[in-house]
Design a protein around this ligand. Sequence first.
Ligand code: SF4
Length: 614
Amino acid sequence: MNIRIWNDMRRKTNTVKIGNITLSSEQPVMIQSMLNTPTMDTEACVEQALRIVNAGGQLVRITAPGVREAENLEHIRRALRERGCLVPLSADIHFTPDAALVAACHVEKVRINPGNFVDKRATFKKLTYTDEEYAAELEMLRKKFTEFLEVCRKNGTAVRIGTNHGSLSDRIMSRYGDTPAGMVESTMEYLRVCKSVGFDNVVISLKSSDCRIMVDAVRLLVREMKRESMQYPLHLGVTEAGEGEDGRIRSAVGIGTLLNEGIGDTIRVSLTEEPEAEIPVARMLARLCDRPRFEASGDILKGNCSRPCIVADLSVMDEWNEEMRERLDLRQEDGSARMLSGVKTPEMIYVERFSDELAELPEETLVVVPAERWRQVRHLHARIRPLYSWTAYMKQTESDPDVPVWVEVDAVEALDAELAERLNKDRDAVLVLSLGAEYHAYREAFRRMRKLGVGNRTLLRVRTEDPDTEKTSLEIAAQVGGLFLDRLPDGLWISAPESSGPAYGMELSRNILQSAGVRRYKAEFISCPGCGRTLFDLQGAVAKVKQAFGHLSTLKIAVMGCVVNGPGEMGDADFGYVGAGNGKVNLYKGHRMVRVAVPEKEAIEALRKLIEES
Ligand code: SF4
């Protein structure tokens, strides 16, 4: 089944030929994945590639750490063709330009990393470059990269310039630091060579495990390319997204935001799972973001809310139960009528049926009730707020000046001068935008509010009745996550009480806010998807690390498959658990390797000790 995208709303791109497929803004978003089998194991690679293709993958990437592996790509490709599979293959190259030259003769596409194609691994020791030194390195880059492009041109091979946040060169770091601007310049150095030699069969990616860095970098690159009259297509992905629900939500926030903005022509959802499991997620994501709107000006409205809150929707509940108390992180002290909140307790709770139970809620919890119930229950808790529809609010002639009201707006058009005037007089009123799972509706609402000078606190409320939680979670994350990346809303309220239970919306809200980097509710685990370089049982390692440290809510821990790229790609993780081969693991504190070659059996304990000591 094809994934339909409205081409007229996508950013216009060149057309890139990759074997039997064409990549451009005129084509549906292309879905791809990467093998995690050893590249020298031809049969295992073929079997896994076939599973990816059967799931709907349209391009398969294979790591080629050296010339030997690059040569074996020929056998993998031939074996696939013999089995009637025409899927284009892409070689993944780091540090070994010689392998890139070989791979370009055997497969349809080669990905190189500008951070390590010509430049050596960053040492972070050389911090200053004279203009002459800088220019000399650029000249070397131009020469080596041009040689490679000529081989690709001769063989009809496409190229991906795949920049990663975690592997920028010393040269780039010296002038731009570890920033989106650095990622963009690192890419532009290579694109300028492509442009100067007239090589257009090029795709670009800028990836990071941090959704905000990834989204900002891609937006900035699009502007820079426009300035330099370039229209290369874009591959999107969030690196080290992890596995399960966390990996899916993080990918939806990063990739979904850009697809909504009409940016992105091929995507990979990197999960620490079997590669074929990525495909349905990627397909669904592309389908859910099928109303892109590319704004050529690239002016992105930003806000300044760095700590949005959550509203837990308990509207279907009429009494407490133990499970719900636990999920809300509320506990009852012996002998006390009032509950105590924990670190994960939502700041606000919406109820429709509770009465006397309201008196049990912690003092600091803000309680929202329908306006028509407010007078009956207001005496039960000191912080009860009435929720009005915007039409009822506008009809109201008098309100209690001591009680800030909540005003729900369900249509962008309602945000007019009249409502703005009223809200401007009523600065403590909280605005609730209830515009569905519609990225552009919310953006338009914030634009109007900025224009009308509305400065009231503003929350998003997304209602859903869809019982398909896998789809709903991806959809909501993809449609509202980007607004939190840009710090626009002050809170998130997901109402899905009937279909998915009252805890679902609250837990999804936590996950979205954590993925957007604006709240931390649980330990954060990032892990690479694994590839032919992976040096241990990655999925098993992730499970063990999660089980051992899942309770440490302030930590970010990276689990990476290899010492070649793993340490660089760990981003701002506090600790790293990196496969070192032969049943050994290297442990990192930040970017510093502090334990080398720890036997895997002892590695969890060693990491526990390291965390305790730290
Ligand atoms: S970090 Fe993981 S995905 Fe990246 S090269 Fe190493 S094993 Fe492969």
